[in-house]
Design a protein around this ligand. Structure first.
Ligand SMILES: Nc1nc2c(c(=O)[nH]1)N[C@H]1C(S)=C(S)[C@@H](COP(=O)(O)O)O[C@H]1N2
Ligand SMILES: [Mo]
Length: 394
């Protein structure tokens, strides 16, 4: 046996062990994480739902550019597939539909395509749902159903080119190996328009922050649609179907849609006015200090992150007087297209007592983060001003 074969076997075993190990670790940490739910800002993650496991990242973690894998928020409709289903020996990626040559790829076949790495955010459409008024049912995400990571994989367009896209193709349907517990519940079937699928930055990722993709984040392969909300980032990907129409079914035709124009709470809605959630909207978060912190005379470094789906961040402003006056923060660190931008502000508090720090971003095409987002029936795309209430002790 040649050296390269035995070493690739070793890599394979190592990867399988990591995936299974990750699953075991996840099961072990669950009780500890559940306890953290009562002290939201301190644990590795703040659990919102136990089964399937949905948890957000405490905002303090957003003082770092990349969000570490073990703290990255988790959102799954049904939980991960059984580990043996996605173990690399069994796993296959099927590419079919409107293609000249349907493909069945092993993990090794996939690695033959050119490898690319991008830094990109993942954000749940429901991030911030808890802040919508009137309240909206669904997972009550506050600020941490978002993260920024480095993703390594292959371009979706290279895989599609190998299969040969037929001219009538308009959408690419994405299906993962996860299954609902009850068979009457629809599968999490999604599709993205062909233009997004063949965009050179849309990738199928197998590594996250330089490590094999963890089980909860879609091992062995997930879709990354940079700049778009996470509902298009299918985890545990096993089937790609090129087609003329959007995916049928609940998760594409009913869920993850927003009204084209703002509507009044609880008003009836004609179905035709709802469009799929796609790009992220301009938004910023204060990572430190955060709610409940005590700060001294300072200067205090106020810091956080800001982003906009398909444009860069132009400015981040802070207000210490309820939005009457705004001061500009300094944009710092890396400036990459689909990543968030870090910002800092040196604050010299002048009076003791409670202060609410407000924060808003403006992007390069002039979109401004609003005081509150337009209400919508599913509580999606919250991007109201962020706020942190701290106590100044002089
Ligand atoms: N197969 C599959 N992919 C999925 C989901 C899912 O339930 N099943 N959830 C989506 C949603 S709604 C979100 S917000 C992101 C969450 O990704 P993360 O758990 O890696 O943070 O995965 C997306 N991809
Ligand atoms: Mo989501």
């Amino acid at each position: 046996m040649s050296e390269s074969v035995s070493s690739s076997r070793r890599t394979l075993f190592k990867r399988m062990a990591e995936i299974i190990g990750g699953f075991a670790a996840w099961r072990q940490v669950r009780p500890a994480q559940a306890q953290q739910a009562s002290s939201p800002e301190t644990g590795p993650q703040t659990v919102r739902v136990m089964r399937p496991y949905d948890a957000e990242t405490p905002v303090r973690e957003f003082t770092s550019y990349l969000t570490p894998n073990h703290r990255f928020f988790v959102r799954s409709h049904f939980g991960p597939p059984a580990p043996e289903l996605i173990a690399e020996a069994n796993w296959r990626l099927h590419v079919g539909g409107l293609v000249a040559h349907p493909l069945e790829l092993t993990f090794k076949d996939l690695k033959e395509f050119e490898q690319v790495t991008i830094t990109a955010m993942v954000q749940c459409s429901g991030n911030g749902r808890a802040f919508h008024r009137p309240k909206v049912p669904g997972v009550q995400w506050e600020r941490g159903a978002v993260g920024n990571a480095q993703w390594t994989g292959v371009r979706l367009r290279d895989v599609l080119a190998k299969a040969g896209i037929r001219p009538s193709a308009k959408h690419v349907q994405l299906q993962g190996a996860d299954r609902p517990v009850v068979s009457s519940v629809p599968l999490f079937t999604r599709s993205i328009p062909l233009e997004k699928a063949v965009h050179p930055d849309t990738i199928l990722a197998y590594d996250m922050n330089g490590r094999p993709l963890p089980l909860l984040h879609g091992a062995p392969l997930r879709v990354m649609t940079p700049g778009w909300m996470a509902d298009s980032c299918t985890k545990w990907l096993t089937e790609i179907t090129v087609q003329a129409n959007e995916a049928k079914g609940y998760y594409m035709q009913t869920a993850y849609r927003v009204p084209v124009t703002a509507i009044q709470p609880n008003s009836g809605l004609p179905g035709t006015s709802m469009v799929p959630v796609e790009a992220m909207v301009v938004k910023s978060l204060i990572a430190s200090p955060t709610n409940g912190d005590q700060v001294g005379r300072g200067p205090v470094t106020v810091q956080g992150v800001a982003w906009s789906g398909e444009a860069s961040v132009a400015t981040v402003e802070l207000s210490f007087d309820d939005g009457k006056t705004w001061e500009q923060a300094r944009l710092v660190g890396e400036d990459e297209p689909y990543a968030w931008r870090q910002w800092q502000f040196l604050w010299r508090p002048t009076a003791a007592g409670a202060v609410t720090i407000l924060c808003r971003a403006t992007d390069a095409v002039g979109q401004v983060q609003p005081q509150a987002s337009p209400w919508n029936p599913s509580g999606f795309l919250w991007n109201g001003w962020d706020r942190a209430t701290v106590t100044v002790v002089l």
